[in-house]
Design a protein around this ligand. Structure first.
Ligand SMILES: Cc1cc2nc3c(=O)[nH]c(=O)nc-3n(C[C@H](O)[C@H](O)[C@H](O)COP(=O)(O)OP(=O)(O)OC[C@H]3O[C@@H](n4cnc5c(N)ncnc54)[C@H](O)[C@@H]3O)c2cc1C
Length: 351
């Protein structure tokens, strides 16, 4: 194992990789942002559990998949980033016909796997460049399908390294939003764990069992091809971006409103509202996270002033302002919030 760990970490028996001062620009699709103090990429699920059991209780923890919906501020992240992409890669067909998929598996791999096994309904995952964990956290979706429509049950882990099985009725699931219903979670913990109940304990997804329809597979493969060509025709995939920046407001499209306000092409530093798709912000080269975040704020302000509609960011913004940027130094509203951010309950941070 390659580790230069801080002293308080228990590292015996770990098989993953711990690195320090890791640029998050290498782990986010915007290719921008600050440095993570520590990053741990577990070898597999068992290794993740051992890691969590040795984690100091006050260590801030940030779960990251492919970083395709994430902006890390230029001041970086305190604590440890847990990188699940390339780590939790289990994917198999179960005897009951469901698909077991671990949180680090990319959507495209899941879609291909389902089509190859003559299953239909997973095609939309092919166009979403995130991991299954990130898609569960965001209830990611497109073309009329959403991640949680396919979920039979999920496996989550808490900070102490205990696994729990959960079903959809333990969450409030909405458009690009998933929150655990804490009461239901607490009842389950009381019944299944000898540990003292900690209502603030955070959990994150490590695997899911998904259900798809049986098919001959051929039509699913064809649909994946069509969906991918539709995307490359309408999205600026040649430049770093994080997909749609804002959620669509009820009955309308964020892209339409942004375009109507004349904001296509608007630029701050290296960040630009895409000319191809107005709800995308692209990094044209050398954009800082502050450029991107300032452009998000400007778009939101202009759209509110001109249309009366307050757009809410879909992208998650975490981390600290860079010293000297003129902003407060801890990003997520308050230091307490930054340290205890629960991946299953935290919301967008720009509000
Ligand atoms: C070109 C492009 C197109 C896109 N198109 C779509 C689209 O059509 N539909 C759509 O919904 N999204 C789309 N997105 C956004 C993004 O791909 C999705 O939100 C995706 O689900 C994010 O997955 P990720 O692994 O990259 O998550 P990350 O960006 O790494 O993380 C996003 C959030 O999820 C949390 N998270 C990550 N893994 C876990 C876990 N295992 N357990 C709990 N929380 C976790 C993180 O802490 C963070 O808060 C697009 C992005 C791009 C760049």
């Amino acid at each position: 194992m390659n580790m230069s760990e801080p002293k308080q970490f228990r590292t015996e028996g770990l098989r993953g990789e711990m690195r320090c001062d890791v640029p998050m620009s290498k782990h986010t699709s915007w290719r921008a942002g600050g440095v993570a103090e520590r990053m741990y990429q577990p070898a597999d699920l068992d290794d993740l559990l051992v890691f969590l059991r040795g984690l100091p209780s006050d260590e801030p923890l940030h779960v990251v998949g492919l970083g395709s919906n994430l902006l890390v501020r230029d001041g970086g992240l305190r604590g440890t980033v847990l990188l699940l992409h390339g780590a939790l890669g289990g994917l198999r067909l179960e005897a009951d016909g469901s698909v077991y998929v671990e949180a680090g598996v990319p959507g495209a791999k899941l879609a291909r796997f389902a089509a190859l096994h003559n299953l239909r309904g997973a095609e939309f995952f092919a166009g979403i460049p995130g991991t299954v964990g990130g898609m569960l956290a965001m209830n990611a979706g497109c073309y009329g399908s959403e991640t949680w429509q396919k979920v039979l049950r999920v496996s989550v882990v808490d900070r102490s390294g205990a696994l729990h099985l959960r079903t959809a009725d333990e969450y409030e699931i909405g458009y690009r939003s998933v929150k655990r219903i804490q009461d239901a979670g607490c009842r389950m913990q009381e019944g299944s764990e000898s540990r003292p109940l900690n209502p603030e304990s955070s959990e994150f997804f490590v695997a899911a069992w998904l259900k798809f329809e049986k098919d001959d597979g051929g039509s699913a493969r064809q649909e994946i091809r069509e969906l991918l060509s539709k995307r490359s025709a309408s999205q600026p995939l040649n430049l770093p971006n994080a997909g749609s920046v804002f959620r669509n407001p009820p009955g309308d499209h964020a892209a339409r409103l942004i375009q109507q306000c004349g904001l296509k092409g608007r630029r701050i530093g290296g960040a630009q509202v895409s000319e191809k798709h107005a709800n995308f912000i692209v990094n044209t080269g050398g954009a800082t996270a502050a450029d991107i975040e300032n452009l998000i704020s400007e778009v939101r302000t202009v759209v509110l002033q001109q249309t009366g509609i307050d757009l809410h960011p879909e992208v998650r913004i975490i981390g600290e302002w860079k010293v000297g940027s003129g902003k407060s130094e801890v990003g997520e509203g308050s230091p307490t919030e930054a340290r205890s951010a629960d991946p299953l309950t935290s919301q967008d941070k720009t509000g």
